[in-house]
Structures are given as structure tokens and as C-alpha cells.
Design a protein around this ligand. Structure first.
Ligand SMILES: [Ca+2]
Length: 398
């Protein structure tokens, strides 16, 4: 099967970490480059996290280039209040890793790679758009060489908070609106997965998160990250899957329904506010609907595929006991057992969840298709030491 080539630009980030890991052994996606950008944490921290993920999943063959240390014209801000101090929820990445970034910076590495695979590469932006904007500024010809851009953030209809509708300004948009404006006006075909998709239409509830934990060690790792990443402003416990949806929109476009638009990004009085002008000739595919059941099934299958990787010495779930009986596989040359993928239950096993010791509050801390057009005409996220802090900051942000 011929794979489609992708560059993933990211700032891990809980959701970024899950999204990146699920793309590493996909049958269709070939990740040719990972670039990092200042966003959820400073660029050194997110680079460390991304390198750790590639190392953990035996994909140090994928080059990683470090990108922008700050937005185009603004000071960098972070989202530790939801992604936690190390950016990976309740999971603490090791201090020491052996994987290293390449010497080239993100802009030059992207340009070289995109030129090498002219019109074959799609770029998935999971953080602020700084790197791609810098690339377009430095090498304007690149806009004719990129097949497609998939990104997460923004919203066309605002956000309902505490009973009233407010303009929705997502973290990625407000962090570097000038960069986002350059990308959206570039004429490159773009798919936008609005934040509402991951939060309200394709989110995981608490029971589903527990089911992810029980798939395998990778699921337990994702659970540990998620357990420090409950979405604020909602009364129930839910995990937003924004970045994962952005990757899935590239991998499984039929899962989502889109409509075309032009979009303008405010860079003055409400930085990051996006205004959509729905128009059949627009260069933006705005994602407004998802097949939630199928999306969750594909997610579970992708996690199950990563069952050769160990994050923990012991696993408390029955699932792991079964896995321990599985044949040992050389970690350096991971072998995907597709049979096992089929065996994995993709729906919540209610009996099993009930049979296990229920997670205590302490365990699950809430603390925490396209056309190329000419340039478009004019037309937040993540919990810290306490819930209160997170909620307050979030409200202030919105
Ligand atoms: Ca991100």
C-alpha cells in the first residue's frame, strides 16, 4: 500500500501526545518529519516530550526538528494549567532520553522535506501555526508544494459557557493569531477541526477513558495523561480529543463532514477570534460533524495496535495479564499483531469496569477534500495544582 506522507507540527501536550503516538504505526500515514513549536509549554519541553514519544515507540528513525521559541510578534504563553507542568497530564516523562533533534531547524527541515516530496506532503498542525507561517514567509513558493494542511482550533459558532454564547478563541489561535492568519490566507487547501469537535462531539467520557486504560500499556499511558486532563467548564468528566481529531481527519476524512469557507483571524481587539464566511469556493474545509461511534472504534484499534510497547513494569488490569502471555517481540523491531487488534473490544465493557475496583477520586484527579484557491479575501485549553486555579484561569482565558 502506498502511504501518504505527513509532517506533524506539534507541542505535546496531552492531546498531542496521544495523537502523535496513534500515527506512528498507521497503515496509511507515513510521518516523514516531526516539528515542534512553542505552545502548551516552552519549545524545549515540548521537544523533549516529542522525542520521548518517538523513542518510546521505537520511531527514532523519524527526524524531529525543533521550531519556534515564540509566536511571530507576541510573547509565548503556555497551557500548563491544563496539560500540567510537564505537558503530559499526570504522566511524568523521564528527564534523560537519548533521542535528539536534527541540527536543522523546523523551517528549513520542513522546506527541504516538502521540496523533496513536492505536492505529496500534507502538514498537520497541532499547535500554534508559527512554524508554517515562518516557512511561508521565508519560502513563499512552498504554498504551491504542500498538498493539504490539517489543523485544530478555532470555531465558527462560538462557545457556550455558563449559559451564554461567547466568541470561541482557542489556545492555538490566540497564541499566535498572526501566524494563523498567514496560513489561512496562503491559499493552501486547509481542513480545520474546530475545538468543539474534540470537546463536545468526539470527546471521551469517564467510562471510555477507563476502557482505554484497559487495552494495553499504551492505553494505560494515555489514561495516565488523560487523568490529569479533564476538560474544564463541563460538569461531567470528559477528555477533549481535538488534536486526535485533526490527525483522524487526515487519516479518515470520511469520518467527518465538512463545509467550505474562507476564514479571517482577528489580530487586534480579540486576538484569535475567527470569523467564517461559508462559501463553496473557500479554501477551508470546516469540520462540523463526526461519526462518533466509528471514530472511537478506530481510536481503540489504533491504541490496540501499539501493544508491544511497555511504559510500566506491572499492569494492574486483567488485560495486561493476557498480554503478558503474548509472544515476546523485539522492541527495537516492533511487529504489529493485527489479529490482536481485531480481538480488542472497542466498546466499553461495562461488566469489566464494574468488576474492577472503581477508580477513586484520587486516581482520577479532576485537578487537573479540497481545491486550491487564490488567497482568501478579507473577510484554550488544558490543570494544575488545583481545580480552582484551573477553572479560574480557564474562565479568564475564554
Ligand atoms: Ca497541541
Amino acid at each position: 500500500m502506498i502511504k501518504k506522507k505527513f509532517i506533524i507540527d506539534t507541542d505535546p501536550g496531552v492531546d498531542d501526545s496521544a495523537a502523535l503516538s496513534l500515527s506512528l504505526y498507521d497503515d496509511v500515514m507515513e510521518i516523514v518529519l516531526v516539528t515542534t513549536v512553542s505552545g502548551n509549554l516552552d519549545v524545549d519541553s515540548v521537544t523533549h516530550n516529542a522525542l520521548h514519544i518517538l523513542e518510546k515507540f521505537c520511531r527514532t528513525d523519524i527526524p524531529l526538528a525543533k521550531g519556534a521559541t515564540k509566536p511571530l510578534v507576541r510573547e509565548a504563553k503556555d497551557a500548563k494549567f491544563i496539560h500540567q507542568n510537564y505537558g503530559m497530564g499526570n504522566y511524568i516523562p523521564p528527564k534523560t532520553i537519548t533521542n535528539k533533534p536534527i541540527k536543522e531547524g523546523a523551517v528549513e527541515a520542513m522546506y527541504r522535506t516538502i521540496k523533496k516530496y513536492k505536492n505529496e506532503i500534507s502538514v498537520i498542525l497541532l499547535g500554534p501555526h508559527t512554524n508554517l507561517a515562518n516557512l511561508i514567509k521565508a519560502h513563499p513558493d512552498v504554498v504551491h508544494m504542500i498538498s493539504h494542511v490539517y489543523c485544530e482550533g478555532c470555531g465558527a459558532y462560538g462557545n457556550k459557557i455558563e449559559g451564554s454564547w461567547k466568541h470561541y478563541i482557542s489556545f492555538n489561535a490566540s497564541s499566535d493569531p498572526e501566524a494563523m492568519q498567514i496560513v489561512f490566507n496562503s491559499g493552501i487547501p486547509i481542513t480545520i477541526v474546530p475545538s468543539r469537535m474534540g470537546r463536545e462531539l468526539a470527546n471521551f467520557n469517564e467510562k471510555e477513558v477507563l476502557s482505554i486504560r484497559d487495552i494495553n500499556d499504551t492505553g494505560r499511558w494515555i489514561y495516565e495523561m488523560y487523568s490529569g486532563y479533564w476538560e474544564p467548564t463541563y460538569q461531567d468528566r470528559r477528555i477533549a480529543t481535538n488534536d486526535t481529531c485533526a490527525v483522524l481527519s487526515a487519516r479518515f476524512p470520511k469520518l467527518f463532514k465538512t463545509k467550505r469557507a474562507y476564514v479571517d483571524v482577528n489580530t487586534t481587539d480579540m486576538p484569535g477570534k475567527t470569523t467564517f464566511n461559508f462559501n463553496k469556493r473557500g479554501n477551508i474545509e470546516y469540520v462540523y460533524k463526526v461519526n462518533r461511534k466509528k471514530m472511537h472504534k478506530l481510536y481503540f484499534e489504533a491504541v490496540a495496535k501499539l501493544n508491544r510497547f511497555k511504559f510500566y513494569d506491572a499492569n494492574p488490569t486483567d488485560t495486561t495479564k493476557k498480554e503478558s502471555k503474548a509472544k515476546k517481540v523485539n522492541k527495537a523491531q516492533p511487529n504489529i499483531d493485527t489479529k490482536k487488534v481485531k480481538d480488542v473490544k472497542t466498546k466499553t465493557d461495562t461488566k469489566k469496569v464494574k468488576a474492577e475496583k472503581p477508580a477513586t477520586k484520587k486516581e482520577i484527579k479532576p485537578a487537573k477534500k479540497s481545491i486550491r484557491t487564490k488567497a482568501a479575501p478579507k473577510v484554550a485549553k488544558a490543570k494544575s495544582a488545583t481545580n480552582q486555579k484551573a477553572d479560574t484561569k480557564t474562565k479568564n482565558k475564554k
